[in-house]
Design a protein around this ligand. Structure first.
Ligand SMILES: [Zn+2]
Length: 151
């Protein structure tokens, strides 16, 4: 059987001209195209990672320039009231109004919990979300939730 096949091949080759095909092998071409595609995808991933990173300036602005009163009353709509000329809010941890807001430091304090909240802390406590979600929440308010320009 094998001998038969050899004879057959021999006869075909004998009667035919052998052509050498110049040019790029399509396998090599496809492989390099695939490699290029992979690399492009990797680059894209890297750039979206970069976009997710939040600059220290943005974090500072969210903590210091976004009024804590706005975060309490508008962004989070935490129950609140004015008493003795201080804005008091319902503490998300203990559920009491034993609180005050200090516009100078832009912090909200619960005296019972002995805890200060900056805007990001407050979002995390109220929404029980992760840090990045809190930052995202503060950066992209719904139209009715903003009265100052978000940093
Ligand atoms: Zn509390």
């Amino acid at each position: 059987m094998a001998g038969c096949l050899l004879t057959l091949i021999d006869r075909i080759i004998h009667k035919s001209e052998i052509l050498t095909i110049d040019g790029e092998s399509y396998r090599i071409k496809e492989a390099s195209e695939r490699a290029a595609q992979k690399q492009a995808l990797r680059k894209k991933k890297k750039s979206t990672k970069k976009m997710n990173r939040i600059s220290p300036e943005t974090l500072r602005a969210l903590r210091n320039q976004l009024p804590i009163e706005e975060v309490i009353c508008l962004r989070l709509a935490i129950p609140n009231k004015f008493r003795d000329s201080f804005l008091r809010f319902l503490c998300p941890l203990c559920g009491e109004f034993n609180t005050a807001v200090n516009p100078k430091t832009n912090l909200a304090r619960c005296f019972l919990c002995a805890k200060n909240f900056n805007p990001i802390d407050l979002v995390i406590a109220v929404r029980r979300c992760a840090f990045l979600d809190a930052v995202n929440f503060l950066q992209n308010p719904a139209p009715h939730q903003r009265y100052s320009i978000a940093p």
